[in-house]
Design a protein around this ligand. Structure first.
Ligand code: TXA
Ligand code: MG
Length: 346
C-alpha cells in the first residue's frame, strides 16, 4: 500500500516499480480516475506486453502519461489550444489527442498518426512518473471488456499473475476514466470520451466544442469512431443491464411488474419505496440522485460486485446528460449495450 509517496518505505517501493518499468516490465498504479496498467511508452516490446496482459485488440491505442506539460513536446506536436487546456486542467483527468512524434512507437498509437497524452494528479502516479523519468503508457488495468478497476482488489481479480507489480493506492477518487478531447484544425475541440472534466468546463476554455457521435449514441453499422475504444463493448456485466428512462414512480411501477432473479440499482432516495416490494439482497444504491460524483465513484464497483452474484438481469436508472452525468450516461449506455426502456411520463 503506497499511501504517502514521500514516506521512506513508499519511496523504496516506487524505486522498485521504476526499475521494473525501465527494464520493460508492467506496473499497475493508481490514478485519480481508475487504475492504470503501465509500461515504458518509448519501448515497443514493453507496450506490446500491455496488450497481451489485458487481452486488448491491437488496434486500440494506449494513453501516454507524463509528469508535466513540459514533457509533451518531446512526444507530440502541441497546438495553442492544447497548451491552454493543459494549463487549466493538468494535472488532472483530461487526455488530449495530438499528432504523435517518432519518439512514441506505433505499438502505443496502434498505428495512428496521433497520440493520447495525459498528466495525472494522483500523488502516487505523479511520484512514480517523477521517479522513473520516462513517459508511461497505460490503459485501464482491467481485462479487456470488464469494468475499469477503481481499487487494488479489482486489479488483483483481473491481473494477478499477468503483471510484475501492483501499487495499491486505495480507492480512486473519480472512478470513471479521463475525458478525452482532440483539438480540431479550426481551433475547436472534439470530445471523444466524457469524464470528470465536463463539456461545461471545456467550453470555458474552448467555446467551440463538438461532441463525437459515439459519446451519446450508437454509431451506425460500419462507421469508425474517432476514438477506437468506442467501438468495443466495454464495461459489460455478464448479466444484461437494462436502463430505465423515467421518474422514480415510473421505475418503481415497472420494477414491480418484473419477475425472476433481478438486481435493482437505484438512487438512495428510491430505496425506501423499493424495499416495500423487494428484498435487500437485490437492491443496490448508486448514491443520491443529485450526487453525480458519488454515482461515478461507485458505478464500476457496483457492476463488478453485482456481476459476481449471478443475477438474470440488472435494472438501473438512465442518467441525465448534463455535467458529470454525460460520463455516467456514456459508460452506462455502453454497459447496457444501448438497451433503454422509455417509461410513460405522467
Ligand atoms: O483515466 C484514464 O484515461 C485511464 C487512466 C489509467 O489514465 N486510462 C484509460 O485508458 O482509460 P484506456 O486504454 O482504457 O482508454 C483509452 C482510450 C481508448 O478508448 C482509446 O481508443 C483512446 O483512449 N485513444 C488512445 N489513443 C488515441 C488516439 N490517438 N486517438 C483517439 N483515441 C485514442
Ligand atoms: Mg479501458
Amino acid at each position: 500500500m503506497v499511501k504517502d509517496p514521500e514516506a521512506p518505505e513508499s519511496r523504496e517501493i516506487l524505486r522498485r516499480a521504476a526499475r521494473i518499468l525501465k527494464s520493460g516490465g508492467l506496473v499497475v498504479f493508481p490514478t485519480e480516475t481508475v487504475y492504470g496498467l503501465g509500461a515504458d511508452a518509448t519501448d515497443s516490446d514493453a507496450a506490446g506486453r500491455i496488450y497481451a496482459a489485458k487481452g486488448r485488440p491491437a488496434d486500440n491505442p494506449l494513453i501516454v502519461h507524463v509528469a508535466s506539460a513540459d514533457d509533451v513536446s518531446r512526444y507530440a506536436v502541441e497546438t495553442e489550444e492544447s497548451r491552454r487546456l493543459m494549463q487549466v486542467f493538468w494535472p488532472g483527468p483530461l487526455t488530449v489527442v495530438l499528432p504523435a512524434r517518432e519518439t512514441i512507437p506505433s505499438t502505443v498509437t496502434a498505428g495512428l498518426p496521433t497520440v493520447a497524452i495525459r498528466c495525472p494528479s494522483h500523488p502516487v502516479a505523479r511520484a512514480l512518473l517523477m521517479e522513473v523519468g520516462i513517459p508511461i503508457a497505460a490503459p485501464s488495468a482491467n481485462l479487456s471488456g470488464s469494468p475499469s478497476p477503481t481499487c487494488a482488489r479489482h486489479v488483483a481479480d483481473d491481473m494477478m499473475g499477468r503483471v510484475d507489480m501492483i501499487l495499491d493506492g486505495g480507492d480512486c477518487e473519480i472512478g470513471l476514466e479521463s475525458t478525452i478531447v482532440m483539438p480540431d484544425k479550426d481551433g475547436g475541440l472534439t470530445l471523444l470520451r466524457p469524464g470528470a472534466v465536463t463539456p461545461e468546463m471545456l467550453r470555458t476554455v474552448t467555446p467551440k466544442l463538438r461532441i463525437a457521435e459515439a459519446v451519446l449514441g450508437q454509431l451506425p453499422e460500419g462507421n469508425a469512431p474517432l476514438s477506437p475504444g468506442m467501438k468495443y463493448r466495454h464495461y459489460a456485466p455478464s448479466s444484461p443491464l437494462v436502463l430505465l428512462d423515467g421518474d422514480c414512480h415510473a421505475r418503481q411501477h415497472y420494477i414491480e411488474k418484473q419477475s425472476g432473479n433481478i438486481a435493482i440499482i437505484g438512487y438512495e432516495e428510491d430505496l425506501p419505496l423499493l424495499r416495500r416490494s423487494l428484498t435487500e439482497e437485490r437492491l443496490f444504491s448508486l448514491g443520491r440522485q443529485q450526487d453525480l460524483s458519488m454515482q461515478s465513484h461507485r458505478l464500476f464497483t457496483l457492476l463488478r460486485d453485482i456481476d459476481k452474484q449471478g443475477f438474470d438481469k440488472i435494472l438501473a436508472p438512465l442518467p441525465p446528460t448534463g455535467g458529470m452525468g454525460m460520463a455516467l450516461y456514456n459508460r452506462m449506455i455502453r454497459a447496457a449495450a444501448h438497451c433503454i426502456v422509455h417509461l410513460p411520463k405522467d
